[in-house]
Design a protein around this ligand. Structure first.
Ligand code: NAP
Ligand code: GFB
Length: 311
């Protein structure tokens, strides 16, 4: 990408999209185009085609999606399947029709089978049944991967797919019903501390393991791979380290300096027991994350506190 290349970041207001825009700006890219979902509903094929015909982007980061944690995925199953299918199909097809130089599709670690061997290698895709709570979302993401592969095979498009692990960071979603675990715990511990509550409720048993990558590190990896990777195969993006939900909760408790206890609500689902990414390919391509979980949680917590002050 040249500094004046026309780069479209779909989903620029989201946690990942905003991190990618921040990284592009910091690297001196001066021709970044964006649209909010109100300006451009990516589920509309006509609107997406008109946008691409008019703007003719050269590079596309496809970071727009219907995104949420385990409860949101399990509640809004139709929306997670339909919205994500429509957005990716419209953008990928319009990118092909308008001769986009290169497109990056963002999938997710939930595409891998629920009980696949750990750590998850890219070739484990479609080798077993998926986790039920986020199967619609995972199916949509797998369809996005297959679209990129098929457009490469049939039309020679340079469309690449990357699979991020669980993410957190600036501009995260802190809605307790729809968010992922880490932002939810940050908010719960903060509010418990402020309100003098004796305990914080953690969903599930606390025994599942999860891997967490700081969103700005993901953005770094996305730019690195957009510049250096042109392959057909998936690339996992993660830290290669995971932690139990219970130990994560204790870590957040310490960062927030909450002095009460934990309670576990086992009426809530645990989801996949473990989904640790094998990051050998990413590392062999020359990229490794830089933000530790402890440091990242402190940064995310500071951002959360700034946001509630803003409100
Ligand atoms: N967060 C994670 O833990 C995680 C983990 C793995 C992979 N990912 C992937 O990373 C990408 C970004 O995730 P995120 O956490 O940044 O999500 P996010 O914060 O919820 O942002 C999603 C973005 O998508 C846009 N969007 C949603 N529906 C749209 C529509 N119908 N038309 C146009 N834009 C629409 C939203 O735009 P507006 O703000 O303008 O409405 C928003 O900016 C997604 O592909 C997700 O699957 C996320
Ligand atoms: C990367 C993302 O992974 C997601 O799966 P997944 O990690 O289970 O999604 P999370 O919602 O982050 O849940 C991870 C684990 O944390 C537990 N957990 C504990 N307390 C909480 C809480 O207060 N809120 C939430 N949300 N969880 C909590 C939850 O039960 C589950 O075992 C997929 O649903 C997404 O689609 C995406 O793929």
């Amino acid at each position: 990408m040249l500094k004046n290349s026309k780069i479209y970041v779909a989903g620029h207001r989201g946690m990942v999209g905003s991190a990618i825009v921040r990284k592009l700006q910091n690297e001196g890219f001066i021709n970044i185009i964006t649209r909010t979902s109100k300006e451009l509903d990516l589920r509309s094929q006509m609107a997406v085609e008109s946008f691409f015909e008019e703007e003719q982007p050269e590079y596309v980061f496809l970071a727009a999606a219907k995104v949420g944690g385990i409860q949101a995925n399990n509640t809004f199953r139709a929306e997670f399947l339909y919205d994500n299918l429509m957005m990716e199909a419209n953008i990928i097809h319009a990118a092909y029709r308008n001769g986009v130089e290169k497109l990056m599709f963002l999938g997710s670690s939930c595409i891998y089978p629920k009980l696949a061997p750990q750590p998850l290698k890219e070739e484990y895709l479609l080798t077993g049944p998926l986790e039920q709570t986020n199967e619609p979302y995972a199916i949509a993401k797998i369809a996005g991967i297959k679209l990129c592969e098929a457009y490469r095979d049939q039309y020679g498009c340079n469309f690449i797919s990357v699979m991020p692990t669980n993410l957190y960071g600036y501009n995260d979603n802190y809605d307790l019903n729809n968010s992922h675990v880490l932002p939810a715990l940050i908010r719960k511990f903060h509010e418990a501390k402020e309100n003098g509550a004796p305990t914080v409720t953690v969903w599930g048993t606390g025994s599942p393991r999860r891997e967490f990558l700081f969103a700005d590190d993901l953005a770094d990896a996305c730019l690195y791979l957009m510049e250096h990777y042109n392959g057909r195969e998936l690339v996992n993006i993660g830290t290669g380290e995971d932690i139990t939900i219970k130990d994560l909760a204790l870590l957040v408790k310490d960062v927030v300096q909450f002095e009460g206890g934990l309670e576990f609500d086992t009426t809530k689902p645990d989801g996949t027991p473990r989904k640790l990414m094998d990051v050998y390919k990413l590392h062999s391509l020359g990229y490794k994350h830089s933000t530790s979980l402890e440091e990242g949680i402190s940064l995310a917590y500071a951002d959360f506190k700034n946001k509630i002050v803003e409100v």
